[in-house]
Design a protein around this ligand. Sequence first.
Ligand code: SAM
Ligand code: SF4
Length: 455
Amino acid sequence: MLQDGKIDLAKKKLYIQTFGCQMNVQDADKMSVLLLESGYEATDDPATADLIIVNTCSIREKAAEKICSQLGRFRTLKVQKPHLKIGVGGCLAQHWGEHFFKRVPYLDLVFGTHQIHRLPEMVYALEQTGGRQAETAFCDRVPSLDIVAQPTAGAVTTFVTIMQGCDNFCAYCVVPALRGREQSRPLPEILREVKTLAGQGIREVTLLGQNVNSYGQTRDGSPDFTDLIQAVGEIAGIERIRFTTSHPKDLSPKLIASFGKVASLCEHIHLPVQSGSDRVLERMNRGYTAQDYREKIAALRATCPGISITSDVIVGFPGEEDGDFQATLALMQDVRFDNLFSFQYSQRQGTAAAGMDRQVSGSVKRERLRVLQALQAEHTREKYSACLGRTEAVLVEGVSKNEPNEMTGRTRGNRIVNFPGHPELIGKTVSVKITKAFLHSLRGKMEERGAAYVH
Ligand code: SAM
Ligand code: SF4
């Protein structure tokens, strides 16, 4: 039944499980907005659901394996409750398309990364006909880019999608094939969303996209990423701005300078390097050398001395020799990342690297990952220990998961800090003296200076 142009689905229960990156989490929120608007009710328990949506990831082989075993568990529910519908969206759904029905025969619905907006209509058709539905076409302009995801109730921080897709075609990566070409949202729409979020109590936004620092480049004369940061920096109530992910080749001097200019721009950048070897970077089609990367880090540190720098590295890219791997370790020694996400190269069908010769064996990849992670653990420990005795401005996000009498928040450099405190502090920025450093978090004591709050 259609009401006011919207589909009115019967009051049934919806369970969404999402895999993969933050873009997928945002997409899952959009799916939920659409289906709840159409009459569904959310449930946290898949056993009570009438519709289960699995939002899938395809970035590495392991993700696909995990998703298939999760779908296997949902199959048991379907045996007990034959009216249960199971759908898949996201990157693996885009990748496999209708082939998903062959691999997972009890699936009812497959929808691609550009088809989220059609979800209510497809679910309605499923309910009416009982057949299967599949749609994975790409659109020139992704309609779901304009759907505004709702922040979690009581949240202080949230993500705002500013663009989607990617034009970079890194040789190992399936994203351009599965999410399509880069598309930026118009600046006024983003600002409208951020203003609404500020009115709902959000204090920190993370601007989100596959390659945020090429924002706006698809349209001549449109505002670029630095213009966007400056405009968001003027929105009252937004105390902190972060962004992810940025590409080293698009890190302009103008963007680096904004770290010294925009007060709310946090001193943290996630800047994936992927390798420290020029030979490997070239084969990866990354568009910069290790020296270019070192120079950008030096420029960032010259503008913003305390900036926290995190990165991604892939080990075992085809043709990576021991000397290449040593070059990655050398770059890590020079840069000393605050934190690093590291992955074994995973061969993805349809990418340029999948057809390259000299694939690296699993045992070599595992050993390189072990060595690299041990080195990074030393650096992370060193960075966290350096915080001891410092007083940090901490935006309080909520009650600590493990300690009900403790609050948790993050420094501007994106380090988690736990400290004794009360829930009334949530949403406030407080001064916390750091007393203990762990591998991935800090502990401290709030400073009682007059009115205890910074804000
Ligand atoms: N757009 C971002 C960028 O350019 O860094 C992030 C893309 S991806 C979701 C996150 C990370 O996954 C990448 O930075 C890369 O290190 C890793 N990755 C992507 N494809 C991979 C592959 N085939 N094998 C192993 N790691 C991969
Ligand atoms: Fe993938 Fe490269 Fe695009 Fe990142 S920049 S999404 S790694 S193709």
